[in-house]
Design a protein around this ligand. Sequence first.
Ligand code: NAP
Length: 335
Amino acid sequence: MPRTSREVRLATPPAGLPTAQDFTVVEVAVPEPGPGELLVRNLGFQVFGAAVTTALGQDVAGFPALHPGGVPVGPAVGEVVTGDGDVRPGDLVSHGAGWREFAAVPASRCAPLGDALPDPLLHLSHGWTAYAALTRVAPVRPGDAVFVSNAAGAIGSLAGQIARLLGAGRVVGSAGSREKARRLVAELGYDAVVLRDSPQSWGEQLAAAAPDGLDVVVDLVGGEQLRAAAEAARPHARIALTGALAAQYAPVDRRMRAPVELDLVQLITKSVRLEAFRADDHPDVLPEWNERFAGWLHAGEIDFPHTRVGGIDRAPQALQDVLAGLHVGSVLVAL
Ligand SMILES: NC(=O)c1ccc[n+]([C@@H]2O[C@H](COP(=O)([O-])OP(=O)(O)OC[C@H]3O[C@@H](n4cnc5c(N)ncnc54)[C@H](OP(=O)(O)O)[C@@H]3O)[C@@H](O)[C@H]2O)c1
């Protein structure tokens, strides 16, 4: 058992989007778990860029702010070193204290992983957010036309495949480059991809990609993409307001506000339903997702697109790369 552990800390407040240089990796004593806490040796954590930028934003209600000296929050999986109650040393758990090698975490905030998935790091997929959107918030029905914004990101790269597996008829995504668009169509269940740098408007692109309109939208961006998707909605469409990358990944503005102008006359007359949600509003989803994800993986029906980065020293650069859009899917730091 080592005496020291390493963790990623914010060194300086970023001027715009954070870069690797804004963070430092420091050596600290392995934490002593307090009453009701577990000591967990992390096996890996997700480089969850949107959680970091949101924590760096101004006054985001219900979100712990990240100040210099602080460690970002983010999903992690690990092995229990010191147990408490029913949790025993060696048990695998997921929790929110990523960006460090060892964490002391309240037992109440640790979820046992079970053995449904063949590799603990698969629990960092975030597919359950896409699954919650497509089954609880904006349920897909057979033959539906589905649009997913930020289709090549951690959630979007699974959302297209899940929509297809749930019976969608046409699946359209948005992405930042032609190479990502190619992969989304060739490998990840999308029929068509609309592009951030296209000379055509979002509305024109969506009209070409989904000529009969949209039944389901999983919106991860907000802004002009959401406005265009809402305009393309068919009667009784469902829109899952899932993320706000337009604010979270805005290059300069760190206010974390994502206003958007929607035409309520159109939405009301078409009985379109918009619902904002957090995946953990639906606690029944996670075990259901784990079962279905395991089955789809086993059957070779789903791919978990991700990049594994080895070692905590590489985590700050991995964050910069996520924000720069260099990856398709999730980015995980394996420890
Ligand atoms: N509701 C919930 O329960 C829940 C749970 C988890 C996450 N979320 C939210 O879901 C959203 C997506 O998270 P994620 O982890 O899937 O994203 P992600 O993987 O971090 O997305 C990375 C991608 O975002 C794109 N991007 C970069 N700058 C952008 C900008 N200014 N505007 C639009 N896109 C930009 C880039 O792709 P391209 O180059 O292809 O554009 C980049 O590759 C976030 O808003 C997050 O907070 C919600």
